[in-house]
Design a protein around this ligand. Structure first.
Ligand code: SF4
Ligand code: SF4
Length: 177
């Protein structure tokens, strides 16, 4: 008979001070007020590490270096899409917002290529899984474009030419969904 090892984890003992909550509440408030006054002090002295509210969209959004922004499809040296239509990004996407159709590539070493490639940015959760999954580094999320909202759901869908930067994303003639 196989022996099963069981590890008993003791519950931490709650002291009287913990049970009446007041001490814990004051500890939490102390942290909140510490952040408030430290940030106020930095703000008054115009220190660069002060938290500030950006008046977006009048002021441009300040993006971190590693911010995930709108997707971009990369090209080969000959201008053809780097994507080999392996469908890994479509498969891993938790929002199911990538749609790819494949066709044979003229280059036998590439085998397949994407015939159509669409991302519905209205459904995307910007998790970055598609970028992580791509085996040929064909998709990036570094277009530095966060103003992707449109008036219709249809306009939130970006196609291959738009994602490769060959064609600007223009609003469709009809705004009906
Ligand atoms: S970022 Fe995430 S949700 Fe958006 S297309 Fe890629 S895998 Fe899908
Ligand atoms: S994972 Fe990369 S190569 Fe595969 S379909 Fe997506 S973009 Fe194309």
């Amino acid at each position: 008979m196989a022996l099963i090892s069981v590890r008993v984890v003791e519950r931490p003992r709650r002291t009287f001070a913990m049970q009446i909550y007041l001490v814990e509440v004051w500890k939490g408030l102390a942290i909140t007020f510490r952040h408030l006054f430290v940030n106020l002090y930095r703000h008054l002295l115009r220190r660069p590490n002060a938290s500030v509210t950006i008046q977006y969209p009048e002021d441009p959004a300040v993006l971190g270096k590693r911010a995930r922004t709108r997707h971009r499809l990369l090209k080969r040296d000959d201008g053809a899409p780097r994507c080999t239509a392996c469908l890994l990004c479509e498969t891993i996407c938790p929002a199911k917002c990538i749609r790819i159709t494949a066709e044979n590539a003229p280059d036998v070493l590439v085998e397949k290529r994407a015939k159509t490639f669409q991302i519905d940015l209205g459904m995307c959760v910007y998790c970055g899984y598609c970028v992580e999954a791509c085996p040929v580094d064909a998709i990036h999320m570094d277009a530095d474009d966060v103003a992707v909202s449109r008036y219709s759901r249809k306009d939130m869908i970006w196609n291959m030419a738009e994602l490769m930067g060959d064609k600007p994303k223009l609003p469709s003639a009809s705004t009906a969904d």
